[in-house]
Design a protein around this ligand. Structure first.
Ligand code: MG
Length: 247
């Protein structure tokens, strides 16, 4: 397990090796168990303005910025982009519904994995499409001492959201590392697509209701069930990475 995936990644990308020095974590659905709240809030907000939208669609569009999600629905239903006013109205409704869900909880085993990664002296980054102004406080409150402002890429930093590679390329630039020195942990098809287009090794954790095949076809190098599964396999994965490099 894992050796084939590592070998394929290096060969397909024509990289000299795969030697992670930093982990780029997506946030919603990876660090926070927040996607069910985002999905139900999107459905309620769209319904309020008469637009059909399902939770499945919300999960399929996860990773996009709010504006881009709204545009997707408008193009499908009306054949045009939403106006700025329409975007503001719907995003405001969505944010209000999301707020009423209460504070998102930590994803089970996210803290355990972060602790392990930190003990291995790997750098920790967050790459998210979220634009909450209180993001760093929320991360700090839930995962004390794990995250730093200068090691984050949020909706405020990028022109193009996921699935465009820009968020992950920006994190790569901030890290000063090579693409073969980074590992991405994602849960969403568009997030995986973004990371894979940036040329990064991507482990998908299927923490939502989607079929695991969707994550594999989006470009994930490895697909696991959830963060607990990743935490359990982490030592084996690390061992396989270092033994591959010693070949
Ligand atoms: Mg996510």
């Amino acid at each position: 397990m894992f050796t084939t995936e590592i070998e394929t990644f290096i060969k397909d990308r024509n990289y000299p090796r795969f030697e992670p020095k930093a982990i780029f974590f997506d946030m919603d659905g990876v660090l926070f168990d927040s996607m069910k709240h985002h999905a139900s809030s999107w459905v309620k907000a769209m319904l309020k303005v008469g637009l059909p939208f399902t939770e499945h669609e919300a999960f399929m569009n996860e990773g996009r910025t709010g504006a881009s999600t709204i545009d997707e629905v408008f193009i499908k239903i009306y054949g045009r982009n939403a106006t700025d006013e329409e975007k503001q109205q719907i995003y405001h409704l969505k944010s209000d519904f999301f707020e009423s869900c209460g504070k998102p909880e930590r994803m089970p085993f996210a803290m355990e994995l972060l602790t392990k990664v930190k003990s291995q002296h790997l750098e920790i980054f967050v790459v998210t499409g979220s634009g909450q102004p209180t993001l760093i406080d929320s991360l700090d409150g839930n995962f004390p001492g794990m995250f730093h402002k200068e090691k984050m890429v949020t909706a405020f930093d990028v022109k193009h959201g996921k699935p465009h590679p820009e968020p992950y390329l920006m994190a790569l630039k901030k890290s000063g590392l090579q693409p073969w020195e980074v590992l991405v942990i994602e849960n969403a098809p568009l997030g995986v697509e973004s990371a894979a287009s940036a040329g990064l090794f991507t482990i998908a954790v299927n923490t939502g209701p989607l079929d695991a095949a969707v994550l594999a076809s989006s470009g994930a190098d490895i697909v696991l069930d959830d963060m607990e599964n990743l935490y359990e396999k982490w030592d084996l994965f690390s061992k396989k990475v270092s033994s591959y490099n010693q070949q």
